[in-house]
Design a protein around this ligand. Sequence first.
Ligand code: ADP
Ligand code: G6P
Length: 469
Amino acid sequence: MPQDTFDLVIAANRLPVDRVREGGRSVWRRSPGGLVTAMESVMSGRDGAWIGWSGVPGKAPAAFEQGGMSLHPVALSAEEVRDYYEGFSNASLWPLYHDVIVPPTFRRRWQSAYDGVNRRFAETAAGLAAKNATVWVHDYQLQQVPQLLRELRPDLRIGWFNHIPFPPVELFMQLPARDAMLRGLLGADFLGFQRRTDAQNFLRACRQLLVDDDISVKADVVHAPDGHECRAAAVPISIDTAGMAELAETSGVQERAAEIRKQLGNPEHLLLGIDRLDYTKGIRHRLKALEEMYREGTLDPTETKFIQVATPSRERLDAYQHIKSEVEQTVGRINGEHAIFGAPPVTYLHRSFPREEMAAMFVAADVMLVTPLRDGMNLVAKEYVAAHDHSGALVLSEFTGAANELKQSYLCNPHDIARTKRTITRAIEASPEERARRMRAMHRQVQRHDVQHWAERFLSNLAAAPRQP
Ligand code: ADP
Ligand code: G6P
């Protein structure tokens, strides 16, 4: 008989798998994004339940088992996909939390859909959690769940982790639902953030905006209205480092990496970018830098090739359609100006790939370009480092969480195109000794701080939270 309650329940907007149509049939495919990459590794081998949306509107499929986990789909109607997911989550919160790179839009209708879906997640979690169980809630789509869940099940230990940045209070206070978001999170015992700055931004927002005398903030602890304590701290996320390093060493991946280089004409320098097609990732800025370098002759289009993988994302939203057409136009322009027969300088791939193919691209690339305008962490940067221990070079934006840890990368400010170009040149021209020195240090860092280490830190912080008085 299937288990009906669990000691560990994960609640995230998405399940680790996504229901998509392929060849006229509905099939489960791996969901996009870093949250799933990280949590899939954490949950394999742990006996737990994961609740999340299947990726399509309508009735939820029945619960099923996968990879030792019990997956529990939560239904979203077409209106909820529009108002809760595309609206409040990805047109209000996502741009606001990423430094308003595009202007956030606020609609009252979206907020009630967000509240309704968060309530459904809280009720589903309350129904699946065993007595005194741990419920680990994820990301900006579910900020009301901690408080709703505490009201339903005060016996639970409730944690929340923010995979994206938490903005400075001057930006956060634009959000009409700001008090509700903060009070929703305060239902948790422990709140984990990517960087210290994110945790401090949250605490400062509580101090400044929740002025009622039923809430007080001391150091990193908020005393919530019901008397329980909610602690906020940085617990930076990571990857399955050993898994990626082992995969990168397999003969299949090594051979495929050599084949990729051969297919591109064995260029002297192979540069790589891998991102969800999102305006936060700085793909436009990166392409601008490269376009200028090809034009000026700093890069020779026959010697230096660039692969840009841009994973389809949130395709019904205007801002995403806009960035997609800008990227496609720029790639078209660069190739139009610089390609010779059968050998364009930029290879643009707008689709998902199996893990082995991703690893082969990492191994093949001499220089990885990770240039977001803002990113909570950026797991791609860590994956590249895991796939190399003494070769390769990483150009990394200062505006990523990863920049706090990968200090031996070639750091850049992607808004400063002139210096970004010089940084790319430095990375390309670095001696093998310099590359090896930098990469070894970064490789050690991601080896020591892998995703299991992250999950243990998060869960032990949560377990150490004082019980409710
Ligand atoms: P985000 O969570 O914003 O998408 P991250 O860099 O933190 O960004 O995580 C992205 C994850 O998705 C990484 O594990 C990366 O390897 C994976 N990924 C990105 N693009 C693809 C793709 N086209 N095919 C398969 N996996 C991808
Ligand atoms: C980021 C977010 C995740 C999200 C992922 C993919 O990693 O932090 O919560 O799942 O992007 O985006 P999507 O909207 O397709 O779920």
